[in-house]
Design a binder for this molecule. Sequence first.
Ligand code: GLA
Length: 384
Amino acid sequence: MELIDRLRQHCQARWGRPPALVACAPGRVNLIGEHIDYNAGFVLPAAIDRATWVAVVPDEAPTLTLEALDLGEAAVLSLDGLDDKPAQTWARYPGGVAWALRDAGLEVRGMKAVYASTVPRAAGLSSSASVEMAFAMAFQQLGGWSRSPMELALLCQRAENKYVGVNCGIMDQFASACGQAGQALLLDCRSLTWEAVSVPAGTAIVIANTCVRRELGSSAYNERRAQCEEAVRLLAARLPGIRALRDVAVADFERHLGLLPAKVAQRARHVVVECERTPAGAALLRKGDAAGFGRLMNECHASLRDLYEVSCPELDVMVAAAQRLPGCYGARLTGAGFGGCTVNLVEAGATAAFSEALGAAYTAATGLQGEIYVCQASAGARVV
Ligand code: GLA
């Protein structure tokens, strides 16, 4: 049965009514521009054809009754008591969105909501952002107000930063909010302006899930952010006026490298080069140059592995195996790293053979079972 039908049935069975509305929001894959959003540079994600779906029955009472179908868990939150965070971590995502919307003066009505997702969890495909955005759409529809997708993305990011306590940038919520079918999205993370960039005809985006996740992920993420901030602080002595590593040209970085401790210099080098690589990559995609773009993806992976040090052995195996296969233009880890997924740009006619050979090579090298998805760039969050 389709997910949406299961959710509808659940509303009928639990609350005696069909849902008044159903909303969905996709996960994302990032093609290039990794660990750049919090450095105010450019990122190039696409929304994927896997999403979180939420079905909603309005409730006159000021409460959120939440049921997470995938987890088999339920929670009841009082809208007036959101400052006391729910004990269950999963409930902090919808609860945090309600909190951020109310804090912004937007009306949040009571509801009974059941949700489920086809975005793999903890795999670097932004399942959290998809939950947040799906609920934001539902709250908006029920509240009778309207904000732009980018404004909703910013409110969901705030929920994740301030309520869930994860210090993420804007990329994931943005991609989930603003996705377009068949397009990647080049976002300037400082001005928040963006434009669609077509994925070249005759190519496909293939996602490969290593199905491993390193626990140190979030503390290492915060450490990387802090190192970038330190680099800005130190470089500002010679480059007055810089506000983020995005403002540092590669040539200036080389000139003032001596100001930085070795590790900080290594991290900053990834960022300043990636800040130039991403718009260059978008220009290649616009020209339909899949091979040129693929080379930049490969360079990006090497930089994340060797300089930024956010890869892991399983990701490196998955990337190296892909890069050897026929029809693969480029491969790299996607998202924060430390496990999760790789993204591959593959000749459209080669995807079936590529996926099979990649899965087999990964298992042969690691003894683990990966998962491979051929993915379509998709539309963003919506009420259906
Ligand atoms: C996570 C964060 C994003 C971004 C990426 C790395 O997905 O949520 O904001 O920083 O890592 O590019």
